[in-house]
Design a protein around this ligand. Structure first.
Ligand code: FE2
Ligand code: FE2
Length: 292
């Protein structure tokens, strides 16, 4: 299945990929902060909600075990672009959609806010750098990839879909749902086999993990690789696939998530002023250029 078979509406169901994150924030509001309840959210009658629903319908229908293998074969060749990390962020920033009035923050600002919040809490520098790069994999969108194959909650493929994943009813249309190899609780996996042996739905998390896996400390790699795996880090829906090491490392994934979701501040960070600090951090951990 190549992207060429999809219509423009199927490739870009969202006005901008930030709509997915806005939606996650409604689903997982910050504790103690007033927000719409889950019920209100489900019944919320708005074009935006319909857009997000459509996004998940496509995501859940097309993210099959085979789809993931195809994307891995294609993108893990890293033969598209070679860029300095900061330049990759600026490349990512060309994604900004001016037609979306709700988008008050560009990608670089989201990354800087996340990283600055981590830094303000006195965490180690590799944790700060993780905040800064965690969404770099979204450059997939700039290679013409469908939004539902770049962002969205991630989940294991090759085994039954948990009903703790958002909009579980849409998995009904996923061909793996009728495939005996993939539709049992364990599918192609074994109890406690460890997430390193589990294929996740394809998106910006796994893609960036593959780009930086030789360079960042292990807790950082877990944060990068599983930050959109809400069904696990928020709902513990796949405990039976995790091994003890995953459980230990998921403490870091859980620690990271609030910075990703709740670090928006009224004054956007000054990218120009912050750049030297982040360039130093990049130079300390990452190669001069990364292959995308
Ligand atoms: Fe992300
Ligand atoms: Fe993010």
């Amino acid at each position: 299945m190549s992207t060429a078979n999809f219509t423009e509406k199927e490739i870009n169901p969202l006005q901008s990929i930030e709509q997915w994150e806005d939606d996650v924030l409604v689903r997982y509001p910050e504790e103690g902060k007033p927000s719409k309840t889950k019920e209100e959210y489900r019944n919320y009658d708005s074009p935006e909600r319909d857009t997000v629903r459509e996004f998940y319908r496509l995501n859940h229908k097309y993210q099959t075990y085979d789809f993931v293998q195809q994307k891995r074969e294609d993108f893990l060749q890293f033969n598209r672009k070679k860029l300095r990390v900061w330049d990759a962020m600026e490349f990512l920033n060309t994604l900004v959609d001016d037609s979306d009035p709700d988008t008050d923050l560009d990608q670089l600002q989201h990354l800087l806010q996340t990283a600055e919040a981590i830094r303000a809490d006195g965490h180690p520098d590799w944790f700060v750098l993780t905040g800064f790069i965690h969404d770099m994999g979204k450059v997939l969108c700039l290679f013409g990839e469908p939004q539902w194959a770049v962002v969205g909650d991630t989940f294991p493929v090759g085994c039954a879909h948990s009903d703790k994943i958002v909009y579980p009813e849409f998995f009904e249309a996923n061909p793996d749902n009728k495939d005996e190899r993939y539709n049992t609780k364990y599918g192609v996996y074994e109890h406690g086999c460890g997430l390193n042996n589990v294929h996740m739905s394809w998106g910006h998390d796994e893609y960036l993990y593959q780009i930086v896996k030789d360079y960042m400390p292990e807790p950082s790699l877990y944060m990068i690789r599983y930050h959109s795996f809400y069904a696990q880090h928020r709902e513990n829906a796949y405990d039976y696939l995790l091994d003890d090491h995953d459980r230990e490392m998921f403490e870091w994934v859980k620690k990271f998530n609030p910075y990703d979701l709740y670090s928006k501040v009224p004054t956007p960070p000054n990218a120009k002023e912050l750049r030297p600090y982040y360039e130093d951090l990049i130079a300390k951990y990452l190669p001069e250029e990364v292959c995308l």
